[in-house]
Design a protein around this ligand. Structure first.
Ligand code: ARG
Length: 465
């Protein structure tokens, strides 16, 4: 079936028909398309284009199509150009010539915009839930090891000691921003385009606000030309997904390193690791590697739609049909990665002695010592110099911080007072970082409970929808 054809003397070639058909992927939109068509039938009835009972007949037939569409074979052999055409053909099979009225004053250009918005709105709600669940898993993993000390890194070199929960809360913050970004994206997705027609606005005076209410949109779109040419909301979605995957790929990389034989800070559960077909001893972090790998795929989806949209003349162009596969794939991969990350987090067992001794055996306390000197009146640059020399001397003679004591420190530089020697232990230096956002134990405890409160707020916002 075609929704056009009157103007043509002959039909499309087989090559073109195959090339342009989108049904094999846009069938994912079938339920959104049906829901939109039902709301539109209501609008047509309010305009008197459909008699009330005609509207009802169409709505019921669309319900029936929705039920049938759950059958995975429903689309088998269908030759329709796209999902919109498919639904209209099914409607015609059920209601005959009555269905010829369903497309009155409607264009597929606004219909596809509506369908994608409905699809993305539901997808975003799933992702919001999943982001919150992963945040919860990180909080659980923090509570499990509340006072484990690890070296924090810059340049992948041991930098300063931090608490394990402080490290995990960094990811909690990234995910909190991801949550916000999804909410902001949802707000832009959640505007109702029907009534825009092909590009100029419909020739029928639909009550657009009523359609928006029927479909639970929070507002109507403001410009019909904008609607036909707009996929910004899709790009917003892909950016939000990309940021999630960016964060997950860094978490994955951290934990691949932390669980390696070289570091051995943590053990990943058997349930999220795989073996080797040749090397019997292997236990590989494939789940994390796949998360890291899928990030490339999701960034690719963002780039793909960006480039598709760039330079398109106003308004709709068929290029835009290429929006769907990146959107669908990005959702699937993002959702799958969030789910996987949560399961990995729940499987982690920390070996606290390993990171603790990594912190103790290195000079992560150097900054603590320099800062203590400057608190005691030594100008910071001078303090930095003194501790730098202490580290140099230690490196030369193979000394760890714990090999020094009050006497040897004072002998090394008179600026060191006896009580400063306590800062040779990483745990002591952390106590000086008790300001908000720092790794001081009290600050971290406070941050943890604040994070829990914030997560409860996120959860509430998800369920209110
Ligand atoms: N399948 C089309 C798409 O996804 C629907 C819109 C078709 N509009 C048109 N003027 N050919 O973009």
């Amino acid at each position: 079936m075609k929704l056009w054809g009157g103007r043509f003397e002959s039909g499309p070639s087989e090559v073109f028909e195959q090339f342009s058909c989108s049904l094999q992927f846009d069938r994912k939109l079938v339920f959104a398309d049906i829901q939109g068509s039902q709301a539109f039938a209501g609008a047509l009835a309010r305009q008197g284009i459909l008699a009330p009972e005609e509207g009802e007949t169409l709505v019921n037939a669309l319900d029936e199509i929705a039920r049938e569409a759950h059958d995975p074979n429903y689309f088998e052999g269908a030759q329709d150009e796209d999902v919109h055409t498919f639904v209209i053909r099914k409607l015609k099979e059920k209601t005959g010539t009555l269905s010829d009225k369903i497309h009155t004053g409607r264009s597929r250009n606004e219909q596809v915009s509506l369908d994608i918005r409905l699809y993305l709105r539901a997808s975003i709600d799933t992702l919001l839930e999943q982001v919150a669940e992963l945040q919860q898993a990180l909080l659980d993993l923090s509570r499990k090891y509340p006072d484990v000390v690890i070296p924090g890194y810059t340049h992948l070199r041991r930098a300063q000691a931090v608490l394990w929960p402080h490290y995990l809360l960094a990811y909690f913050e990234m995910l909190a921003r991801d949550f916000e970004r999804l909410e902001q994206t949802r707000a832009r997705v959640n505007t109702m385009p029907l009534g825009s027609g092909a590009l100029a606005g419909s020739g029928f005076g639909f009550d657009r606000d009523q359609i928006a209410r029927d479909l639970e949109f929070s507002a109507i779109t403001r410009n019909s030309m904008d609607v036909s040419g707009d996929r910004d909301f899709g790009l917003d979605f892909l950016y939000a997904c990309s940021m999630i995957l960016l964060h997950l790929s860094r978490l994955a990389e951290d934990w691949i390193l932390y669980s390696s034989e070289e570091l051995n800070w943590m053990t990943l559960g058997d349930s999220v690791t795989s073996g080797s077909s040749l090397m019997p001893q292997k236990k590989n972090p494939d789940s994390l590697e796949l998360i890291r790998g899928k990030s490339g795929r999701v960034f690719g989806a963002l780039t793909s739609l960006f480039v598709t949209m760039k330079g398109l003349p106003m308004t709709y162009n068929r290029d835009m049909q290429e929006d769907k596969e990146p959107l669908f794939d990005a959702f699937q991969q993002t959702s799958g990665s969030l789910r996987m990350a949560k399961e990995v987090a729940n499987s982690v067992a920390l070996n606290p002695a390993k990171p603790a001794s990594a912190a103790e055996e290195s000079w992560v306390v150097a900054t603590d010592l320099a800062e203590e000197l400057s608190r005691n009146g030594v100008p910071f640059h001078r303090a930095h110099q003194i501790v730098g020399k202490l580290v140099l001397e230690s490196v030369r003679s193979g000394k760890k911080p714990s090999d020094w004591n009050p006497n040897s420190l004072a002998a090394f530089a008179p600026e060191f007072t006896p009580e400063m020697a306590r800062l040779l232990s990483p745990r002591e230096g952390m106590k000086t970082r008790e300001l908000p956002g720092g790794t001081g134990p009290a600050a971290v405890a406070e941050a943890l409970s604040e994070a829990e409160t914030r997560l409860a707020g996120e959860r509430k916002r998800v369920t209110i929808r």
